[in-house]
Write a protein that binds this ligand. Structure first.
Ligand code: ADP
Ligand code: MG
Length: 213
């Protein structure tokens, strides 16, 4: 089965709503070990995508990922802007000339995550969004390799995102602003890991609701 970019307006609406609903918690997390601006940065990016959503729906995935990536890079700002942007621009690059299906998407997403790691000079365990992106990518690859039904693939992705987000609580930040606080970052979930988890879980839920209807 394949999912068309026509899902994008609904997906962007759902993601923006989830981020808005969790705004207070996200701000608290970023205030505890960052500078508190992550929510505003992300909302700026999502506002820009909300304006482009109908245009994006008319594109193919490769063109849509490229536009989403460029928009996020130019609107979010902060450390997270270039990283979220890199994810989508890299997915566009690696997706070129491919049919997009769950198998190819798992590989394309994994290449996107590798590009984020390179861009951020970051590995798993450093208390960042990468602690969500990497387990999600691994789960996706394993699930599609076993030809699981899409609903199970999505359930596994959500579980990986949530446990990845929670894993950041006990980590010491070694990248980004939070790294200035060193050991004092222990006990707090990373804000970027939280928003990444929320966006991934909302994406999975939106795709799932389409498959049921
Ligand atoms: P800033 O830190 O510049 O204020 P944001 O507040 O928008 O930017 O984003 C902070 C988030 O970005 C962190 O919570 C973390 O998840 C992520 N982040 C910061 N630096 C890196 C990095 N080098 N690699 C991966 N993710 C990073
Ligand atoms: Mg910040």
């Amino acid at each position: 089965m394949s999912i068309s970019p026509k899902i994008l307006p609904e997906l962007i609406d759902a993601i923006a709503a989830t981020i808005n609903e969790n705004a207070d918690e996200i701000t608290e997390l970023d205030q505890a070990i960052g500078d508190g601006d992550h929510i505003y940065n992300l909302q700026r990016g999502l506002d820009a995508l909300l304006k482009q959503k109908q245009e994006l729906a008319q594109m193919d995935w490769v063109a849509a990922w490229q536009k989403i990536g460029m928009t996020l890079m130019s609107t979010i700002g902060g450390a997270s802007g270039s990283l979220f942007g890199t994810l989508f621009v890299a997915m566009s690059k690696f997706g070129r000339n491919q049919q997009i299906n769950p198998q190819s998407f798992a590989e394309i997403f994994s290449q996107g995550v590798e590009s984020v790691k390179k861009r951020g000079r970051v590995e798993v365990g450093e208390k960042t969004m990468v602690d969500v992106l990497v387990p999600v990518s691994q789960s996706l690859k394993e699930s599609v390799a076993q030809s699981m039904p899409l609903s199970e693939v999505l359930e596994n992705v959500k579980r990986a995102a949530i446990s990845g987000m929670e894993s950041t609580r006990d980590m010491v930040a070694t990248k980004g602003r939070a790294s200035f606080l060193g050991e004092r970052t222990k006990g707090h979930i990373d804000a970027g890991a939280k928003t990444t988890q929320l966006m991934i879980c909302t994406t999975a839920d939106t795709i799932e609701s389409h498959c049921e209807s």
